[in-house]
Design a protein around this ligand. Sequence first.
Ligand SMILES: [Zn+2]
Length: 388
Amino acid sequence: MTRGEALPVDVAERVLRLLDEGRYSATYKQAVLVALLDLCLESTERDGSPRDTLTTRQVAEKVVALYWPHTRIWGTEAGGRILVQSASGARAAVERGGGIVAKIRAFREALEQRSPATTTLALAHAAQPAYRRLLDDVEWTLIAMPLPKLQRIGDQNLEWLYRIAWRDAEEGGRAHADKPVPRRGQVAAYQRGAPSDFDNRIHLKPGVATAFARLHSLLRPYILRHWAAQVVRMNRLHDDDVSAFLFEQEREDTRAVRRPLVELQHGRCFYCESRLTADVHVDHFIPWARHPDNGLHNLVAADARCNSAKRDYLASLPHLERWRARSTHAREVLERIAADERWDTGEARMLGVARAIYLSLPDEMPLWVHGKAFEPSDAARLRLALSA
Ligand SMILES: [Zn+2]
């Protein structure tokens, strides 16, 4: 920790305080915060340190992915509807400008008309140029609204978590609370790749990226609960299921890649190498509870015994080494499976996540080996395993 870096507890306190600030009346605040948390975790470098500059484009991609399951129909009967994610006062403004949820929903409907089968996010990525246009739109909305406003408390704009580069450029480095956002034309030019003075970078304040990566598995569920509670209020629901609907849906849906994973592993369990029977489970190598990610590089086939014993534990060094080795030697096979099944590979992302989690473990943390057996973590060997 160098001088001037915020401590993780202080960063956590700021996040909690910003969430409590009632001024913002849509769920964009939660979406942007979760996007920043995830991006910090995923961009962890070889030495375990996260990158502290992100871009508005990266945030836009994350925000679309987060809202994607929210744009399904809630409720099965005739009363099924799209859940509202902004308070009634703000809704008119949001809808006039085409709120993010409405934009994603419109895109999804167009996609479903062409391919009525399950509409996954990977399928959405392939739908060009419409997906790119959606990202352009969402990025613009984020630039115009939540990114400059998220750190407001009362009438003060506190740059607690990040500085926005385009403001610095306009202000010669001085922070200005009420500086107007850049013009749509400036941003559109940048999005086309044309000359533009728009700077898409978001600079995290010293210590924030590290805190986000370290506190990811504490802060993320907290923000999601806050988000779900807001959706319940805005939609006058009584239903606790809304949390599962919004945030858990993607987890189960790994059947499509089960058979190819079994073939890749020559019919053997990833962890114990026993021959797999009919009861094959697709396990998230980095546990879902730590980082919910269905990227193919995070999925392994396991027998019921190992899958239920591993639960949400982190796997031990030998498993981690085999997992890393697989990412390299089976890269082409995994890419082919991803292409065939229209699945996301997530290779770089999962490596970043593994580094963020394993390289910040306290010494001698018990890691899962098999059954009820654990072995203590060894920082030097973990570093070596994740260096390549
Ligand atoms: Zn096994």
